[in-house]
Write a protein of this length. Structure first.
Length: 413
């Protein structure tokens, strides 16, 4: 997702791990067997639009150029034998469709609120389905802007019309998740797309309450004073706010579009075992339960989600967050639940010289899929992100396809 992206926050979260030496990637077989369920499991990629991370390549392209680039991403997915695209259609309280609630995204025309001259989401649904791909609409619920100046928002923006909804934090603007009217509004804004388009899924990323920024606090004390009665701590109240969003959105999606699936791709560490005996054998500086107030384990265990895609963006053998330890932890969480487990994979790290040595080996990701095949709870993988699938720096994606995706994909049902 670029400068203000899932990638950026994952890197920031990694920097918060306690210092630990890197272990080399575990050796894998020369020719790993195809993944279990290779024809029908999830084979997805995220297509990020925030800051023009993947698409469009820059704001202000002509409608025909934007459309051609979008279709090329779908063709790339087919060439790599994928079956699902997660298209980011609401990156920052804006829209990649003619929304009744929010302005057109600036990442299309270059100016927030300006009609780009076409309907990207409608086109995406048609073109994906024409190629046998599922299209999941990916939403960011609470981010308003990647800057902290409300005057830079278009004058008709709901955040300007309702300034009491907005909290500046860490150089960005967020809707306050503790306000019931905010929770209702963001759901209405997202459901506008779900009602209008035959999307196959509704997808949240890892941003709920914002990632912590050292030395800053999220200013919702007044909201807690008004709505926090009955909760022992502000943290418990915040988690309840996010729980409500997830449960209510799941119910609304099922009512409006019963065939669509609802899922979340959280940061890969729920809690460290040192914090909670139910947690993973990790030493993460960010824990979703404590820092983002997202109780992802409960969402899976209670079956509130149709699927979960934890971002396991670390290599096998990384001491602070070992892929080989997080994978079985998530498999155990999903075991016996109705929630399907897919694994988020850090394709963007492969071949990046700034990454540890394990990521210079194009076989690292293939080893992930080989390991995951041992766990029947793992029903597939999603790769971050589309630009990296196309570029395939270092050949890691080609290795995954050769080792695991030897046959064309069908829909991940």
């Amino acid at each position: 997702m670029g400068r203000v992206s899932r990638r950026a926050f994952t890197v920031a979260a990694l920097s918060a791990f306690t210092t630990a030496p890197l272990a080399s990637a575990a050796p894998g077989p020369a020719k790993p067997p195809p993944s279990r369920g290779a024809d029908t499991g999830m084979r997805g990629m995220w297509l990020a639009t925030v800051a023009n991370r993947d698409w469009p390549t820059r704001a202000g392209l002509r409608a025909s150029e934007q459309r051609a680039e979008l279709i090329e991403h779908f063709d790339t997915a087919v060439r790599h034998r994928l079956n699902t695209v997660f298209l980011q259609v609401r990156p920052s309280a804006d829209a990649l469709w003619p929304s009744t609630y929010e302005p057109w995204s600036q990442y299309l025309s270059g100016s927030q609120g300006r009609d780009p001259g076409w309907d990207p989401l409608g086109t995406a649904v048609r073109e994906a389905h024409a190629r046998g791909l599922e299209l999941h609409a990916w939403f960011n619920p609470y981010r308003v802007a990647t800057h902290d100046d409300p005057d830079r928002l278009v004058s008709s923006h709901p955040a300007r019309e309702n300034p009491g909804w907005v909290v500046p934090y860490g150089g960005q603007l967020y809707y306050n998740p503790g306000l019931p009217e905010v929770r209702a509004f963001v759901q209405d804004a997202m459901m506008d797309a779900v009602a209008k388009y035959a999307v196959d899924g509704v997808h949240f990323d890892d941003y709920f309450y914002p990632y912590p920024v050292t030395g800053q606090s999220f200013d919702d004390g007044g909201t807690y004073g008004t709505f926090g009665a009955g909760f022992a701590t502000k943290a418990a109240w915040r988690r309840d706010n996010i729980d409500r969003l997830v449960r209510e959105m799941a119910a609304r999606v099922k009512k409006v579009r019963p065939a669509a699936r609802f899922g979340v791709s959280p940061f890969g560490v729920w809690r460290n075992a040192a914090t909670d005996e139910r947690g993973s054998d990790t030493r993460a500086g960010v824990q979703t339960y404590d820092d983002l107030y997202a109780d992802t384990r409960t969402w899976v265990r209670e079956g509130w989600l149709d699927y979960v895609v934890p971002q396991l963006y670390w290599n096998i053998g990384l001491e602070a967050a070992d892929y080989a330890k997080l994978l079985p932890w998530w498999a155990e969480v999903a075991r016996g639940s109705r929630t399907r487990l897919y694994v988020g994979e850090a394709l963007y790290k492969s071949g990046d010289p700034a990454q540890p040595a394990a990521w210079q080996d194009p076989a690292e990701l293939s080893r992930h899929l080989t390991l995951a095949a041992r766990y029947p709870e793992v029903r597939g993988h999603v790769f971050f992100s589309a630009k990296d699938v196309a570029e395939d720096r270092g050949g890691a994606m080609a290795r995954v396809v050769a080792d695991h995706y030897t046959r064309p994909a069908t829909v991940p049902r």
